[in-house]
Design a protein around this ligand. Structure first.
Ligand code: ZN
Ligand code: ZN
Length: 265
């Protein structure tokens, strides 16, 4: 999946740039705080009109049950905390009605400060030491890294915050059919990947239990079968990945080493 690979590379670069600024001013959004002390973890989703996420119209089948595709994010977040004595309460919206529609901003280009000022206007909750809130915003247009628009960036995680932006037009462009299986899984796996960075993977706040950082590519995992890998081997492999997950009964995208970093923190 060519677009996805480019995304992973660019995200690590943009994260680095963002981190050197002072955008993340809420001390409770530092990984080390919220990850170890959170008793609840809530994902809030918002979208510009006309750029809504795939929701109840797109489902996955698991053990005979039909679930919203957002079950993928839900299960991947839950997997990170397995084995702890107290599990945080994880809340992920499954229906469009549980996500917040905001007016179309009619912007073709979004810098990090544009994204953060939108967050300050529309975000409802801020993280505290015990309650972590992620804010995932679906936008039209493209990410701008401060010098240029990046036509193939699907998502960004703003360093030092729990704000994640997904560029819906780019998601749709990853398949011949905008509502097809590839864009759907690209969307979910991008959110899982970006929340992984925000939670501290790989070696981005969460110490590694065993060495598995792909040093040449920033905070990414060296396992090609892990969602935190910086690239996949092309579109046909991504389709195979999607089919494998849809039939395997498991939708967990992290590999064991990423899971261990989270579970042992
Ligand atoms: Zn990444
Ligand atoms: Zn991994």
């Amino acid at each position: 999946m060519r677009l996805l690979l480019i995304l992973f590379l660019i995200v690590s670069c943009s994260k680095k740039d963002v981190r050197s600024s002072s955008l993340g001013t809420n001390p409770n959004e530092k990984t080390q705080f919220y990850f170890s002390t959170a008793t609840s973890l809530t994902v809030e989703v918002a979208y510009e009109s006309g750029h809504e996420p795939f929701a109840e119209g797109t489902t996955i089948t698991q053990g005979g049950n039909t679930n919203s595709i957002w079950q993928i994010l839900d299960e991947n977040l839950n997997a990170l905390f397995q084995g702890r004595s107290t599990l945080p309460v994880i809340t992920v919206p499954k229906k469009l009605a549980d996500m917040k529609e905001i007016p179309d901003q009619s912007k073709t280009s979004w810098t990090v400060s544009d994204i953060m000022s939108l967050a300050s206007r529309y975000r409802t909750n801020q993280s505290t030491q015990t309650h972590t809130y992620f804010w995932v915003i679906f936008l039209g247009g493209h990410f701008n890294d401060g010098t240029q628009d990046l036509a193939t960036t699907i998502g960004v995680s703003v360093g030092g915050t729990t704000v994640i932006a997904i560029f819906k037009d780019v998601v749709n462009s990853t398949g011949n059919n905008p509502g097809g299986i590839v864009p759907r899984y690209v969307e979910q796996s991008t959110i899982v990947h970006e929340i992984g960075h925000a939670l501290g993977l790989v070696n981005n706040g969460l110490p590694m239990q065993e060495s598995h950082q792909d040093d040449a590519h920033g905070h990414h995992c060296n396992n090609p079968n892990c969602v935190m890998y910086w690239l996949n081997e092309g579109k046909s492999d991504m389709i195979q990945f999607a089919i494998r997950m849809s039939t395997s009964g498991s939708v967990i995208m992290w590999d064991q080493k990423c899971l261990e970093d989270a579970r042992k923190f």
